[in-house]
Design a protein around this ligand. Structure first.
Ligand code: BYC
Length: 475
């Protein structure tokens, strides 16, 4: 197991001090990153001490240490899982050949594009969430927000290392670009749609960490299979950190559902108005936020039928999540059945499996998303209410792929544009819903308290109490 070296300016386990030109290039990028963090990172908390975990090992059993840190002093570094000896390519056209330690010339631009696309999402999410600290529902949640933010910053480092180490001048330019695009910017937005959506309330934050970070899990799992070994190893370690982000989302939504149920019970009513007047969020509104963030995150998988995805698979650049679970890892002549749409009619179609890789990954993601829904519905059911939260159909509100711009209801039924417009406020957060949610977003910083709209957490971080002062706020 390799040791993470924290003695150097850039903590790492890639023996950076033995590659002086790479070290110099990254040390040149480091102050730009720190400037970006100051300007675009969490606003108003840069001097506060935050109880954060920091990676100390890439061994999953004991990889993190905890302590109070000012975020700008967080030790962002470059950590890759250890090399597996004699690792071989295990999918696509080159099965059995040794994995690559350098980028093959033929695949240079496609690999660079994958790494830049992945890298671009990391700072984007920090930018999207930068004002949330001002309305945190508790110090516990504030700390979790910052933990997610610093680790997304580290994930940016992970991709920037690959660009600098393996892509020469182009890579260095791309690394600069990652700090120049800006989430939601009119002229220079982030690459993928979801990462330009504003996240100005905590309901959206929990939905984002549940649904969009889970897309991250599936994309990282695909890249963790890559035959470009440094990419695979870097993504394997990122997945260790990513698990907490999704847990923040899952427990956050659970606590909102719980609070809604507690309020319904206390008032003995399921009237939306009464629940809202009591300062909680009704389940119908949570459903609208689920509809919004789930449908947006589905687009991040790309088109159902994609020659780009087929090429990436054939060349061994990007596999399926958990590729070893599939019997056929070549999929050279196999076919995949999926639904298509021709002249507004739904048809069954067959396509080469390789072209359906985005859809296969999306379907695995949808199954994973359903686990949370089942849990929340059990809670609702146990409390004695006949309300069910649902994932909308994967056809609903899509902007990428064959369902893009086709009007359907949340059950996936094709409808007219007028029907869509007339019902959209019942399916997605309306301006009124957003105003209501915003009215709840009031900062709570007493360690003993939690905002009205969300239940207190069940347990604290790293065996500390839920009333521990997770952030020492210095204004
Ligand atoms: N928005 O053949 P297509 C995370 C583009 S999240 C805008 O359909 P392909 C995180 C596509 O680039 C994980 N454009 O799909 C979570 C292509 O453009 P070009 C992020 C889109 O090529 C929370 C064209 O449409 N990681 O880590 O297979 C917090 C046709 O493409 C979108 C990755 O995405 C979209 N939604 O691309 C923090 C992994 N979808 O080349 C972090 C890396 C597609 O024709 N990226 N396009 O100009 C990839 O694997 C792939 O680029 C895609 C699918 C997933 C985007």
């Amino acid at each position: 197991m390799s040791v993470l070296n924290y003695q150097e300016r850039i903590p790492n386990n890639v023996d950076l001090s033995n590659d002086l030109s790479l070290q110099r290039a990254l040390e040149h990028w480091q102050p730009k990153f720190k400037n970006w963090w100051q300007e675009m990172g969490p606003e108003g908390f840069q001097s506060s001490d935050v109880y954060l975990r920091t990676a100390i090992s890439v061994d999953s059993a004991g990889w993190a240490s905890y302590g109070k840190v000012k975020m700008p002093e967080y030790r962002w570094g470059i950590f890759l899982n250890d090399k597996v000896k004699d690792r071989k390519i295990h999918f696509g056209d080159n099965i059995g050949q040794p994995v690559w330690q350098q980028v093959p010339g033929d695949y240079r631009s496609i690999l660079r594009r994958l790494i830049v696309t992945q890298g671009d999402t990391e700072p984007a999410s920090v930018e999207q969430q930068r004002l949330l600290g001002k309305t945190c529902p508790s110090l516990f949640d504030l700390r979790n927000l910052f933990q997610v933010n610093v680790e997304e910053g580290r994930h940016l480092w992970a991709m920037v290392y690959l660009l600098h180490a393996y892509f020469g001048r182009d890579g260095r330019e791309e690394a600069e670009g990652l700090l120049e695009r800006y989430s939601g910017d009119q002229d220079n937005p982030r690459i993928l749609g979801t990462f330009n959506e504003p996240i100005t309330d905590w309901v959206s934050f929990f939905m984002f960490t549940y649904f969009t970070d889970r897309d991250g899990k599936y994309q990282l799992k695909s890249l963790a299979e890559s035959s470009f070994d440094p990419l695979a190893r870097t993504c394997q370690f990122m997945l260790t950190e990513e698990a907490h982000h999704m847990q923040v989302g899952e427990t956050g939504i659970t606590r909102m559902v719980q609070k809604s149920l507690d309020t319904m019970k206390k008032l003995n009513t399921d009237s939306i108005e009464a629940i809202r007047n009591a300062g909680a969020i009704d389940l119908q509104t949570l459903q609208k936020y689920i509809n919004f963030w789930f449908s947006s995150s589905l687009d991040l998988f790309g088109s159902e039928i994609s020659s780009n995805a087929a090429t990436s698979f054939a060349n061994g650049l990007k596999g399926r999540p958990d590729e070893a679970r599939y019997d056929d890892n070549s999929e050279k002549d196999s076919i995949f059945k999926l639904e298509g749409i021709v002249d507004n009619k739904i048809i069954d179609q067959e396509v080469p499996t390789r072209n359906a890789m985005n859809e296969i990954t999306r379907q695995a993601y949808v199954k994973d998303c359903e686990i949370g829904l089942k849990r929340w519905n059990r809670l609702i059911n146990k409390a004695g209410y006949d309300i069910t939260l649902n994932l909308p159909s994967t056809r609903f509100r899509r902007n990428i792929g064959m369902w893009a711009n086709i009007n359907t209801d949340p059950n996936g039924k094709i409808i007219s544009k007028d029907d869509m417009n007339n019902n959209i406020n019942d399916w997605l957060p309306s301006n009124g819903d957003k105003e209501f949610i915003n009215s709840l977003m009031v900062q709570v910083t007493d360690p003993d308290k939690t905002a009205s709209w969300i239940a207190s957490p069940i347990r604290g971080i790293n065996n500390l109490g839920i009333d521990y002062k997770y952030v020492d706020i210095v204004q």
